[in-house]
Structure formats: C-alpha cells, structure tokens
Design a binder for this molecule. Structure first.
Ligand code: AMP
Length: 114
C-alpha cells in the first residue's frame, strides 16, 4: 500500500508545521487554513475515514479526541471556543483518505456549516 500524504508528514518524509506529536497521533498546520488557527490532528495508523474505524480503534479514537482538546488548549483556543470537524466521504467534503480531525479557531464559526 502506498503511504498517504499524512503518513508521509507523520514520518517527516514531507515537510509540515508540526505542533504536537506522540506515539499515536500527529498534529500539524493545515496548508490551506480556513480560520486563523487551523490544525489537523491525525492518527499515525492510516484509517481511511471514520466510517472504516472499528472497535479495535476505540482507544485510539478516544485518544484522538482528548488530544484534539489538549492541542486546542495548547494553541490558546479553549477560552473563546473552537470547532472540531471530521469529514467523511465525498458529500462530507473529505479530500484526503486518512482520518483526520480539523481543529479550527480564532474566529466565530457559523452554523449550519457549508
Ligand atoms: P478534508 O477535506 O477533510 O479531507 O481535509 C483535508 C485537509 O488537508 C485540507 O484542509 C487540506 O488543506 C489539508 N492538506 C492537504 N495536504 C496538506 C499538506 N501537505 N499539509 C497540510 N495540510 C494539507
């Protein structure tokens, strides 16, 4: 299997502005930011999308969500608020087939999302 672009970033084979990493997840700045702060948090394991996650991934997914909140705090977003987004499939707006959580903050978020 070819590596996904996010696996290559996690392995530091292609450059990215990494803001957090541990043995399970990596967070880096989105190359096309949609808010003043826009970071992607990805598991090192290349789960294509949340629809393909299984009960085997339960602990990893819990870790991902808790780390999303921790990274948001580290980035100073927790006081004013922020948004976490996971896009799934074509109509969900997914463009990279490696599960990732968008962490967006620094501006007021609208609802409903586009
Ligand atoms: P999604 O549309 O939910 O699949 O989100 C994929 C995100 O990955 C988009 O916001 C892209 O801007 C971002 N992206 C794609 N390639 C890179 C890259 N090399 N470094 C950082 N972010 C990227």
């Amino acid at each position: 299997m070819n590596k996904t672009i996010f696996e290559k970033i996690a392995a530091r084979e292609i450059p990215a502005d990494i803001v957090y990493e541990d043995d399970l997840v990596v967070a880096f700045k989105d190359i096309h930011p949609q808010a003043p702060t826009h970071v992607l948090l990805v598991p090192r394991k290349p789960i294509p999308r949340i629809n393909e996650a299984t009960t085997e991934d339960q602990a990893l997914l819990g870790h991902l969500l808790l780390k999303a909140a921790e990274v948001a705090r580290r980035l100073g977003l927790d006081q004013r608020g922020y948004r976490l987004v996971i896009n799934n499939g074509a109509e969900g707006g997914e463009s990279v087939p490696h599960l990732h959580c968008h962490i967006l903050g620094g501006r007021h978020m609208r609802w409903p999302p586009g």
